[in-house]
Design a binder for this molecule. Structure first.
Ligand SMILES: *[C@@H]1O[C@H](CO)[C@@H](O)[C@H](O)[C@H]1NC(C)=O
Ligand SMILES: [Ca+2]
Length: 324
């Protein structure tokens, strides 16, 4: 009797552990970077490090909290999975209370391992960039606060404009308090059936909160994942704890056979540039005018009817008087 129960319990336990293994099977090891970082020797398989990046047992630091630093990590294996979810555990922190920067970018790009001005990587890139921009370079009034997360898709012809914080090339974005938090910060970039969804877990809730979602985003397969960060006059520590890429298994996707290796990155919807004045809403004003006119009109009609009745009664009185 007791033995039977023991067997039952261990079978259940086996199932539980098996289920966990199965979900982890979708994680693509060659596109992921998890602790312990080192393989054999000092190289990390499938990953290359550039600039000021240093590796410690607990995090990978792209830049430290000093000026004019650029660092990046790049996944050398091209991503041939069509639908994926890229999850990054990171930490941005530093001494600055009001002044800090510049930020970091999570890339899915053809132009990898190339240093440049866009938070440490190349401008006029091909692919997707998700910016975690901590410092507002824009001098005029902004419609949003920083830190700010935004997405950009580029076919190699667009430049990222730091002076406008990239707002005139962005797909969409959201404000996000990501700095100096004493709990973990995670971001998920999900690309599924041409829909790009960026979600965050910054509030210690162990649940994703959507930052933005854009449909009609076409990205080729075969690009590379990377993360770059930079500091300028202002600085911060930009640390990466882990990178995980999950393959999304979509058995009922009719387009799974399409060869996506040669397509040009494109996006159907872009946000209009942010520096615009709000419309004064003329339609609702004229609505009020129409209402007032109709009110005046009905008052006039009622007045006419009343006067008409009074006139008619007077006439009747007159005609009655004549008979007497
Ligand atoms: C590249 O993108 C620009 C701007 O969105 C667009 O005008 C141009 O037609 C695109 N070129 C190709 C080859 O897709
Ligand atoms: Ca900025």
């Amino acid at each position: 009797m007791f033995v039977k129960e023991l067997i039952f319990i261990s079978t259940v336990l086996l199932y539980v552990t098996n289920a966990e293994w199965n979900t982890k099977d979708f994680m693509k090891r060659e596109h992921s970077l998890i602790k312990p970082y080192y393989g054999t020797g000092i190289d990390i398989p499938f990953w290359q490090f550039r600039g000021t990046t240093i590796i410690t047992p607990n995090y990978i630091r792209l830049t430290d909290d000093t000026q004019s630093k650029r660092g990046a990590i790049w996944n050398t294996a091209p991503v041939n999975v069509k639908n994926w979810d890229l999850q990054v555990h990171f930490k941005v922190h530093g001494k600055g209370k009001d002044l800090f920067g510049d930020g970091m970018v999570i890339w899915y790009t053809k132009d990898y391992m190339i240093d440049g001005p866009v938070f440490g990587s190349k401008d006029y890139f091909h692919g997707l960039a998700v910016f975690l921009d901590t410092y507002s370079n824009h001098n005029g009034p902004h419609n949003h606060q920083h830190p700010y997360i935004s997405g950009m898709v580029n076919n190699g012809t667009l430049s990222y404009d730091h002076d406008r914080d990239g707002t005139h090339t962005q797909l969409a974005g959201c404000e996000a308090k990501i700095r100096n938090l004493d709990h973990d910060t995670h971001i998920s970039i999900k690309y599924e059936k041409d829909v790009l969804t960026v979600s965050t877990d910054f509030e210690k809730k162990a649940a994703w909160k959507q930052c933005f979602q854009v449909k009609g985003v076409r990205l080729p397969t075969g690009y590379h994942i990377g993360i770059s960060a930079s500091t300028g006059e202002l600085s911060d520590n930009h640390d990466i704890m882990s990178v995980r890429l999950f393959e999304l298994d979509l058995p009922d996707d009719p387009e799974t056979d399409e060869d996506r290796s040669k397509i040009v990155p494109s996006a159907v919807f872009f946000e209009p540039p942010r520096d615009h004045v709000d419309d004064p809403k003329p339609s609702s004003l004229s609505g009020i005018k129409i209402f007032l006119l109709m009110l005046l009109g009905s008052v006039a009609i009622v007045a006419c009817i009343v006067m008409g009745i009074m006139f008619y009664q007077k006439q009747q009185e007159k005609s009655r008087k004549r008979f007497y």
